[in-house]
Design a protein around this ligand. Sequence first.
Ligand SMILES: NC(=O)c1ccc[n+]([C@@H]2O[C@H](COP(=O)([O-])OP(=O)(O)OC[C@H]3O[C@@H](n4cnc5c(N)ncnc54)[C@H](O)[C@@H]3O)[C@@H](O)[C@H]2O)c1
Length: 338
Amino acid sequence: MDMEKKKLNVACIGMRFGMSHIEGAMQYGAQIAAICDCNEENLRNAGERYGIPEEKRFTDYRDLLDRNDIDVVTVAVPDQQHREISCAMLRAGKHVLCEKPLALRREDVRAIVAAEDASGSKFMVGQICRFTPAFEKAKEIVDSGVIGDIYYVESEYAHDYMYLCDTWRADPDRHGVIGGGCHAVDLLRWLAGDPLEVFAYGTHKLLPQVPYDDATIAVLKFPNDVIGKVFVSTGCKRDYTMRTLIYGTKGTIICDNTSPTMTLFTIGADEMAHEPQILDVTVNNHNAAKEFEVFADAILREKPVPTDAREGARTVEVCLAIIESSTTGRIIRPDYTF
Ligand SMILES: NC(=O)c1ccc[n+]([C@@H]2O[C@H](COP(=O)([O-])OP(=O)(O)OC[C@H]3O[C@@H](n4cnc5c(N)ncnc54)[C@H](O)[C@@H]3O)[C@@H](O)[C@H]2O)c1
């Protein structure tokens, strides 16, 4: 094993989705120094599943703050607590990998950005789509210039939350556009830059148990004359997907995060697109191993973090602009001053 990898000691907080962080860290070859969950049953389940001894299991994250045998903390607790735990860990000198969305409110994202700036540590928000094989491939094709100049991008986040929204997800601040739609928004920002303007409509027919729309459509104006669309449905009656379209002047990409293939159209000598190429891709829509590897590389090899606090904040800002537009009927210009 690479000696550098052995040096990273990781504490993982939140033992539901956060178990994927244990797996990502273990696959990388890091040591799990501690796991933490305030729910003792969830803590025990994770401990038994991954063979973490009882002395490394904690119910209060504050017990980890002063431990000098912890380099990296992963945070996978309800979104409303990302600020409190991430800021405390940054202040304590830990590197922090925090789940998406960065936070739900502008004041909270700004506090995390400020804590990142004030710390000497690395911070990453887990925008996992940037490590999804089909989306990585799409980005590589776009950057290669094969499909020319992008003029339209579209992504949807379709995921049935019928059995997911009876807890902290039913908080009015946890609108579907920010909770799940942040994946589609972040993906389009990665491909086309920061939207200059957004306009959105919403509807609410499927999830009466939440106090916000369960479907939203937004049109976006990006820099360089690129236009785009985001569709979010958190009550949809279909299997989970993030169908994504990228139109360029010399070709088109159609992909998602749940299919084993993606489609690429390119033009021939006559400048027409003919038969599409069907490209094989690995299906891995929660590529926690790659996500952890990228973060560990940033820490150990002084590489930039691709989704630092400001990147996470910009994605949240676009989501909030979409929600604001859908409730006010106005065009909103996101404010990226953090
Ligand atoms: N990247 C993705 O695609 C993806 C998927 C699912 C969830 N998430 C994100 O992961 C985070 C967790 O989501 P989840 O589905 O696991 O939620 P969950 O409610 O199922 O589980 C949260 C866990 O955190 C624990 N917890 C809550 N407060 C805590 C605290 N103060 N200290 C320690 N433990 C605490 C709870 O007991 C629970 O075990 C959220 O931010 C969510 O948005 C991301």
